[in-house]
Design a protein around this ligand. Structure first.
Ligand code: BGP
Length: 471
């Protein structure tokens, strides 16, 4: 097909500090909420002392090997790399007055390396981690004071990297806090909805303050929010199901509504009242929320269905978002339903709702890869998945949606977020490591590496409309 992607479309991949860097206590880094969840965000807390082992402690050793990895990304033609800064490298406990210079210096080296290849950094301030010190000593985001600590951290990195980083994101998948309170807002997993929403409120204020600070400090910067694009369909055309779907979609769109529109949407008044939730919002908070994002970024992996049928809901309970499976879609090895058309629907919905540019900052297929006898990895399933999604991104662009770029999740194999597995691979680049942490960490190009290189080189013209993994 001819390229429907704009000339300056940013192509690349996305990683997160805690899933690639390793070096979890190196150069003065403090313990993060990710470090105390060695089995992932759904694997529980293991209070740990220095030296305990967990697969993320080394991850893929990006901390030391990033020059090799950036070179491989450049070989694929990346014009953008999304990564995050580990807050604990900069403020190890979270409440210090002065930053840790060794941590700041690391990201200087990383961004300089990217600049060598003209790779634009897209940097998340907080990707599924915060200083564990803030959780233990201050009660995480439940405490209003955390806004002050976060703003100090955000201003520090904006100052330091103002000439190197122009694209920023505030909190990764900010709407996940309801499902993973420790990871999202530094609260215990059994926290009440009241406590979680108050913490979320503090985080939304902090996000807006970061937007303001970014605009003040960095000329020409663009800063976005980051939503888990959890699009839900009604399972049936019953009006009850359609209404319930509207409500459940609002539960995650609420975050975007605040971050893009600068105030709480009207529907949340009833939502909170029905649940006996009473949020303390000060006049100062309301004023702060008025600093709104420049673009909307989101992750997209799957869609789900909503029903008011109690029996079906009972059966579905237990999966991450309590979604009911869609009978029309296949699933990945991990049971995530594959829905390429869903990304086009989601993009249209978000653009209709906000009229702000979108950035797809995560999308990909977690799958088992089996190296052949000669060591090659023929991941045609991954190529099919990505191809089909990108074809739908192109359709959305043709629909009129303004899109800044696309960074696929995990361009190099990394530790999975939900359960800290290594066997769930997303990469174009294979990393020799297993779930137990064995392996040489050697990097190898998979078949998808050359495929993505061709897609980027042709600015999307090499995508195949007919190929289909699903849907
Ligand atoms: C998103 C997270 C990522 C990433 C991805 C895939 O929710 O932002 O950090 O890991 O999901 O999930 P998983 O790693 O569990 O397969």
């Amino acid at each position: 097909m001819n390229s429907p992607f704009p000339e300056n479309f940013l192509w690349g991949g996305a990683v997160a500090a805690n899933q690639v860097e390793g070096a979890y206590l190196t150069d003065g880094k403090g313990l993060s909420t990710s470090d105390v969840q060695p089995k992932g965000i759904f694997g529980g807390v293991v209070p740990r002392k220095n030296g305990d082992s967990g697969i993320k402690d080394v991850a893929i050793d990006f901390y030391h090997r990033f020059p090799e990895d950036i070179k491989l990304f450049a070989e694929m033609g990346f014009t953008c790399l999304r990564t995050s800064i580990a807050w604990t490298r900069i403020f190890p406990e979270g409440d210090e007055q002065e930053p840790n210079e060794a941590g700041l210096a690391f990201y200087d080296r990383l961004f300089d390396e990217m600049a060598k290849y003209n790779i634009t950094p897209l940097v998340t301030l907080s990707h599924y981690e915060m200083p564990y010190g803030l959780v233990c000593k201050h009660g995480g985001w439940g405490n209003r004071e955390t806004i002050v600590f976060f703003e100090r951290y955000a201003r520090t990195v904006f100052q330091r990297y103002q000439h190197k980083v122009k694209y920023w994101l505030t909190f990764n998948e900010i709407n996940m806090s309801l499902h993973a309170p420790l990871t999202g807002v530094g609260l215990p997993e059994n926290s009440t909805k009241q406590a979680i929403y108050q913490a979320i409120h503090h985080q939304l204020v902090a996000s807006a303050k970061a937007v303001k600070a970014c605009h003040e400090i960095i000329s020409g910067a663009k800063i976005g929010n980051m939503l888990l694009g959890g699009l839900l369909y009604p399972l049936s055309s019953k009006p009850e199901d359609v209404m319930e779907t509207l409500q459940q979609n609002r539960e995650w769109l609420f975050f975007g509504d605040v971050q893009v529109r600068g105030s709480y949407p009207a529907y949340m008044k009833r939502f909170f009242a029905d649940r006996g939730i009473d949020i303390n919002i000060t006049a100062e908070d309301r004023a702060a929320l008025k600093s709104t994002v420049d673009f909307i970024s989101f992750s997209y992996y799957m869609t789900g269905c909503v029903t008011t049928d109690e029996e079906l809901n009972r059966k579905a309970r237990g999966n991450i978002l309590s979604m009911v499976p869609n009978p029309h879609l296949p699933s990945s090895d991990w049971g995530w339903q594959i829905d390429p058309k869903g990304i086009r629907i989601l993009m249209n919905e978000l653009y209709d709702r906000y009229q702000k540019p979108l950035f797809i900052v995560e999308n990909g297929l977690g799958a088992y890869d089996k190296p052949e006898a000669d060591g090659s990895i023929n991941d045609d399933y991954r190529i099919a998945y990505l191809n089909d999604h990108l074809v739908q991104v192109a359709e959305a662009i043709a629909d009129g949606v303004d899109v800044l770029g696309y960074t696929s999740w995990g361009p190099i194999d990394l530790v999975s977020a939900s359960k800290a597995e290594f066997s769930k691979r997303y990469g174009f680049i294979y990393v020799d490591r297993d779930d137990e942490g064995n392996g040489t960490l050697e990097r190898r190009r998979k078949k998808s590496f050359y495929w993505y290189q061709g897609v980027i080189r042709s600015n999307g013209a090499a995508l195949k409309k007919a190929e289909s993994s699903a849907g």
